[in-house]
Ligand binder design. Sequence first.
Ligand code: ZN
Length: 164
Amino acid sequence: MNRFPCGYYNHPEKDCVCPPGTVQKYLNKISGPLLDRIDIHVEVTPVSYNELATERKSEKSEAVRKRVIKARSVQEKRYKENEGVHCNSQISSKQLREVCKIDEAGNQLLKTAMEKLGLSARAYDRILKVARTIADLDESENIETSHLAEAIQYRSLDREGWAG
Ligand SMILES: [Zn+2]
């Protein structure tokens, strides 16, 4: 009967009418190895008209653009000796260990996240690379715990029991 979920799972106002497990089953169709190849997944819930219509102060695109260009140039410099590598996402697992060093606090945080969320080795690599990029955008030489925590947030579909 219901081959597809109703679409209201986690909706702020409407109720999901799917039988238990439907959404999880649907999400399971997206295989783990496929998810592992995507750097960032973020859950997006609908925004109400009032929220949309309210004027909010946000960072200007121009400022964001400047920050991105700066981070890209930091990465170009970092990988200038590596042919074909221009940014964090392109580095090998071996290079990752050198470039994406984290301190003991970061290590603990990542270990806990891996265990709690049931993350794969591939997801681990993705998190470190994304954390490196967040640090670059922040003009930080080191990957701080906050950068790592943000990167872990961007793996929402990896979470075991996300919809369970
Ligand atoms: Zn539903």
